[in-house]
Design a protein around this ligand. Structure first.
Ligand code: BTN
Length: 258
């Protein structure tokens, strides 16, 4: 993938702008700076390599040259009443693009996309504030395309894989995958406030009916069986007494119970 193949693939979409880098620190940092300078809605920053890629919970995100799809999408203005649904919108878009390759993706709430139970993509949503209001959102997406994008197992928090490994053959071109993600994103963004979005997101949830643990910053983990989603995209678990426990967004990480 390079700037010209990318521009060609995305030419049918009505994007706000596109910045491509052979190498960059983090596409999210570039997108946050661009949003602050007034980037248009649906502007994209993409890179072949990230040297300071960032994940959630202050983790590093590994993007060696030519190995992955790493990009950040600027949304302006974010759809205020449905801000908390935006991560689901992004996760669903990645999941749908994987399904186009005949795969069966699952969404590990809130931000990860799994193939065969292993993390294949992650999402980092960050915002630009204007006083009390969110002025724009930056949605960073990192997708492991080739085997070389997967970090060594000993530094992983959760098992990971790549499209190449799961498909057992050459994966689709990165620009085609990006086109699939963005097409799905634009489709679902128009339906952000609908029950249809919550249902589609819920259908793709990993560990449904299974016992999981959700850890927040320093708190005691919350345990329960994954039951579904609330209308704002919060996760609903069932505890031992069949009571609903709602897990809100935040710095949380979910894993199957040991
Ligand atoms: C996570 O799973 O922790 C989220 C990973 C998000 C990685 C993407 S890659 C493109 C964008 N730029 C970054 O620095 N991070 C996001």
């Amino acid at each position: 993938m390079n700037e010209s193949t990318l521009k060609k693939s995305l030419s049918k979409l009505n994007l706000g702008g596109l910045r491509w880098f052979d190498s960059i620190g983090s596409t999210n940092d570039e997108a946050l700076a661009w949003a602050t300078e007034g980037a248009k809605d649906l502007s994209i920053v993409a890179a072949d390599e990230q040297t300071q890629g960032r994940g959630r919970l202050n983790r590093r995100w590994f993007t060696p040259k030519g190995s992955a799809l790493a990009f950040s999408l600027i949304l302006r203005p974010p759809l205020r009443p449905h801000l908390s649904r935006t991560v689901g919108l992004a996760a669903l878009s990645i999941a749908e693009s994987f399904a186009q390759s005949g795969l069966s993706p699952q969404i590990k709430w809130p931000n990860d996309i799994l193939l065969n139970g292993k993390k294949t993509a992650g999402i980092l949503v960050e915002s630009v504030w204007s006083g009390e209001d969110v002025d724009s959102l930056v949605i960073g997406m990192g997708i492991n395309i080739y085997k070389s994008s997967v970090p060594p197992a000993d530094i992983l928090q959760f098992p990971a894989t790549s499209l190449e490994e799961i498909l057992g053959s050459k994966p689709p071109k990165r620009e085609e995958i990006l086109l699939g993600i963005l097409t799905s994103f634009i489709h679902w963004r128009e339906r952000l406030g609908t029950d249809e979005l919550i249902h589609a997101w819920e259908e793709a949830l990993a560990f449904r009916g299974e016992q999981v643990e959700v850890k927040g910053g320093g708190e005691i983990p919350i345990s329960g069986k994954v039951d579904g989603l609330e209308s704002d995209g919060s996760l609903r678990l069932k505890d031992l007494h069949d009571n609903s426990v709602i897990v809100r967004f935040g710095d949380v990480s979910l894993r199957p119970a040991a």
